[in-house]
Design a protein around this ligand. Sequence first.
Ligand code: ADE
Length: 295
Amino acid sequence: MSSSGDEVAELKKSGYALGALLGEGSYAKVKSAYSSKINARVAVKIINKKKAPKDFREKFLPRELDIIQVVDHPNVVKLYEIIEFNGKVFIMMEYAGHGDLLEYIKLRGALQEDRAQVMFTQIVNAMTYLHERKIVHRDMKCENLLLDCMNNIKISDFGFARCFEPSDVSKTFCGSAAYAAPEVLQGIPYHLPSHDVWSMGIILYIMVCASMPYDDSNIKKMVSQQLEKRIGFSKGKKLSVNVKDLIYKLLEVNVKKRPNVFAIKDHPFILSAQTDNSECDKNQQAINGSDRQEG
Ligand code: ADE
């Protein structure tokens, strides 16, 4: 899916010059672009509706577009504009300059606990904001946690997100098996926000251990491991009681006992984090500043 001359011209009229490819899926890709409106680099998700299946075009895409237009939180990738042209949807959004959390951990290894506390608290804050507004993400994974140039978390990709009522359950399998809760993997109608909470448990484990808590190469075996609550921590790594306790609580098999995001906020691992979310907005100005110099 290369950009046609027409598209380049249309985007230019709206003040965007397309740049390098950042990522690619089967009917969507993400490119960097320069916006002359805000004098900064942006990221553009380009969705080719002609290539996309019906359920994506009619269900998931409209939900994604509705949700990203109302969400406004310092730890969620900001939407600038949506342009539709030539059977394609161009989602212009905040550029996160430091890649994703998986790349970060692959490069640097497990995070120090104080760093994990800061980053995980930002995730909890954004998730609280979403769940308060009755929005679930349903594809929480390290690849969807982008980092700005100050390494603040920016949650991205609302392709599986939807709105919910507290009594709603879903049977739709969403996201990646490695981050999916046992009830989701077993095809049991699941409580929507509890699915995000389980995924957050997997993310916190990866943050502090730089490995996966369960082996996802065999899903049946993985579900058995999950149900037995066999969560191993490598002996060589000293982890605090607080972080282990929070991981155990998030990876609770019994949905009724699994905490919601509001309860997570009161966990000592989160309460003792040294964070100041107002930094995120200042950091965004810094990103825009450094982009301007790069041109
Ligand atoms: N890759 C996907 N989305 C991105 C974004 N918003 N910023 C930077 N890289 C990305």
